[in-house]
Write a protein that binds this ligand. Structure first.
Ligand code: THG
Length: 294
């Protein structure tokens, strides 16, 4: 599983302040930390960046590329800021990633030519004219439309990273299964396409100390549906270790739980918690903040 670090983010206090003040120090520290923690890509998340994005994105790209050679994902809804960032992007072993292009004609008609011109990969976000798709079939329909438009623009499937959108477990529990069903179909819809998602979205809402087990469990479940990469928290070392294949016993218990071949009572607490979390993600149990205590 390839990992894209999420924490070079305008919402983080340290990074947000440094971005505002154009102070390279904390940003370069963050980038080096992400590399040390095993990230394969760094997501530069500037949010909407309406006002100064066109000037800020190229500044951050240069600032990060002075200290690490990892490929970067440029994450902002400001289209011109993405283009300006790609203009100064120093070539890396992998192509840069545009994060993201939505399934809305007025967006992709502007953005696909930018991806083509600068030889960038892009994240295809399954967010349509009516917002979040309701199930795997609506996701599939959006995906077909955007992949077709990308191919027309000369971008092959291998450069498209499909993001079906992870929803918070406490408010849209049933969507988590739809998302896995969608990834199960992806290679039929778009052969050769890559995949990714904002993994931490699943635990956006639950208490902070319970976020890692939700993120870790869902990552393993999604990997079984072919997930190629996730945007993740670089400080979650356990997650990174699982992603890099260092915890086969955890992967094994999660798979068995998915298949109904084990239950929590058969395992010590650490593994039992993964079993209970699978049950919540699959909707076998209703989510509540106390699911591990039940
Ligand atoms: N898909 C794609 N891109 C995305 C998302 C996605 N980019 C943004 C987001 N979702 C993924 N990135 C994050 C970044 C931070 C957090 C979650 C997802 C996060 N941060 C902590 C918080 O908000 O509590 C800590 C913030 C801080 O550092 O203070 O949860 O779905 N393509």
């Amino acid at each position: 599983m390839l990992l894209i670090g999420e924490s070079l983010n305008v919402m983080s206090q340290k990074v947000g302040k440094a971005l505002k003040e154009r102070d390279p120090g904390p940003i370069q520290e963050e980038a080096k930390l992400q590399k040390e923690k095993g990230m394969d890509y760094i997501d530069i998340n500037l949010g909407p960046a309406k006002k100064d994005g066109v000037e800020l994105m190229p500044w951050v790209v240069k600032t990060v590329q002075e200290v690490v050679e990892l490929p970067l994902a440029l994450d902002t809804s400001n289209i011109d800021a993405i283009a300006e960032g790609l203009k100064v992007y120093k070539e890396t072993a992998q192509r840069p990633l545009i994060n993201s292009i939505m399934c809305r004609p007025e967006r992709y008609e502007k953005m696909l030519p930018i991806a083509a011109e600068y030889n960038a990969d892009f994240i295809a976000l399954m967010w349509g004219p009516e917002g979040l798709p309701r199930d795997e079939n609506e996701r599939a329909a959006l995906c077909v439309e955007l992949v077709y438009a990308a191919n027309e623009a000369g971008i092959e499937n291998e450069r498209i990273w499909v993001d079906g959108i992870v929803t918070p477990v406490n408010i849209q529990q049933e969507q988590l299964v739809c998302l896995m069903n969608f990834y199960d179909m992806l290679q039929d819809i778009a052969p050769g396409a890559k995949s990714t998602c904002g993994l931490s979205n699943i635990s956006n809402g639950p208490p902070a100390h319970l976020r890692p087990i939700l993120n870790q469990t869902y990552m393993v479940m999604l990997e079984r549906s072919g997930m190629y990469s996730v945007i993740s928290d670089p400080l979650d070392e356990k997650l990174t270790a699982i992603a890099k294949g260092q915890h086969p016993e955890i992967v094994d218990v999660i798979h068995k739980a998915m298949d109904g071949e084990t239950d929590a009572s058969q395992h010590p607490k650490e593994l039992a918690d993964y079993v209970k979390t699978v049950d919540v993600i699959l909707g076998r149990k209703l989510y509540s903040d106390s699911w591990l205590e039940l």
